[in-house]
Design a protein around this ligand. Sequence first.
Ligand code: SF4
Ligand code: SF4
Length: 717
Amino acid sequence: MEVSFSKESRMLRSGAGETFHGEGILAITKALLQSGVAYVGGYQGAPVSHLLDVLVQSKDYLKELGVHVEPCANEASAAAMLGASIHYPLRGAVTWKSIVGTNVAADALSNLASPGVTGGALIIVGEDYGEGASVIQERTYAYALKSSLLLLDPRPELAHMVRTVEHAFAMSEAANMPAVLQLRIRACHVRGSFECSDNVPPAISTRHEMAEPAAFDYGKLAHPPVTFRQEKRKSADRIPAARRYVVEHGLNERLGGNRGGVGLIVQGGLYNSLVRALQQFDLADALGDSELAILALNVVYPLVPEEIADFCRGKRAVLVLEEGQPEFIEQEILATLRRADLATPIAGKDVLPMAGEYTVEVIAQGLSSFLSRHAPELPLAAGNEWLASISARRDAVAKALGQPLPARPPQFCIGCPERPVFAALKLAQQDVGPVHVAADIGCHAFATFEPFSMGHSILGYGMSLASRAGVSPMMQRRTLAVMGDGGFWHNGLLTGVQSALFNGDDAVLVILKNGYTSATGTQEIISTPADDGKVHAPDKGASRVHDNQVIERTLRGIGVKWLRIVDSYDVTTMRATFDEAFTTEFAGLKVIIAEGECQLERQRRVKPWRAQELAQRKRMVRVKYGVDEDTCSGDHSCIRLSGCPTLSVKPASDPLRVDPVATVLDGCVGCGLCGENAHAASLCPSFYRGEVIQNPNWRDRLASRVRRAVIGLMQPA
Ligand code: SF4
Ligand code: SF4
């Protein structure tokens, strides 16, 4: 059961005369339908997950429009979908999280960009760069440069973003180039409104199919010798056509006044932060109108040399605001001015940081340096005071605390089925010694934080088993690769399992089978159990295959001989299985499937059902764990072994005990790990299991009365 987007789905039906209110990423989703998109694909990942999630849950409406939507196995398959636009006048859009997703998609992108497209092809990437990012810090810009992809970076304002999507398709068709629309986290979540247009059903669609395939055309294959001509066409025809489109449609915006005779060239996506920084210097008003001249680049590749030269001509100096490294835009501007024989001084990375997010504060610092050097007569006092006040506040907080705040790393949800696996691994390493752990992308990466601190490397999604291939042969003790079921289907089956089997590797793999790609928003995968627990095949009327045993059957089918399936919460058995895998004489690939449904999804599923049962006054039993304070030894090894956020400490009520005792907070979902750990690790017997009974029946009431009476008899008078 995935998160419901029924409200967002209704919003997609809005038409002319209606106003959309909401988030940037949903505006982009609506813009796709207004642009006549025929097919949409992608792989989920923040901050663009909503796009695909909403469309997947709007399948009935998309069917009416004739639009095909496909959640893809990974970003490579999403990029390959765009192959439909090479021959056919079909507009297609795909989405994923960048930079990691773009890395996975790179092969298909190169092979798409070389022949070029007929129908508009749009790739919407979540540019996960900066303070809120969850992946490695690189930029999509390099891909646009190397493969000749249009790169759009729209100013984060909803109406403008919607127009940019519509232009992106048209420009892609005018230049025969695939277009990339990069959306930063802030642009995805910026809120606003825009006036809707009617959705445009595509001319060729699932409702109006093509009678015949396109005629064979070798020139549209990414194959030599035509690739040589395609490479020349990029610079001779396509990029000039793209530049013409940018100029004719005014995609890059000249904004602001001309105070101080200086100029600012900014990536469109950074525009709002720049304006906020200018406001601190009283150089922009409350409505965001700047007194300084700004060139907002909504298309950051290709740049238009004449536009750059025109903007810079006659300026005292120009500051380029380009987030991240290397400074591709700044270098190109410098080369453009040199070619145009213009001597306008250019500032950029000399006053702004080379790496890291350009927050309002960072931009304000850069503006202060730039303006004090090139326009010292401008009033900088207000901005400098604002910057000084921020640093003073930081100093005051640091002084008040006396020491830096402790880190608060993210961690597994309460009751997560993956936590017990790492508790068991901790115990298994007490038996066999420390092992090299090849970690992976997914919720299980939380095990890299306290109290587990496990994982020697993360090489990409589904890459853990492959990443230990060079380590295993050099290590006396067996290595362990950790992978989620999402990673297994994304990449791990082929790059890891197939390769390990082919090479006869002596390796151990644990697959955390929680039933979803949980870390990206608990989207369903092929091994997600159906709601009714049965296997559904497409020919039985279900929209997708749901097969809870497909991982096991796939592994057996491909040749895995040593396979164990263990309940994730059974710490004792999991520990013994790890011990066996690390010490058995079997020298091939050993796979442990740790089975336990994602607790977040479970709670989502169970809560409405429980509320319904309670409303019908049915008897409900909820398990909770607790700590008997008198028995707690106070060494807190239970906490070190679990890390559950609801397992905490409190002051002991016994005045003779100085150390705090363990306690279970209200959030406990009764997963049972506390008891399992206590048993598996022979901890002190302080944990008890309680049952909270709602709507008790007569037997419960009678039992309660008897128990109270017996306990009362044993209490001293
Ligand atoms: S989302 Fe699911 S798998 Fe991920 S940490 Fe939470 S409970 Fe665990
Ligand atoms: S039983 Fe223990 S580990 Fe499980 S949710 Fe409750 S406190 Fe957390």
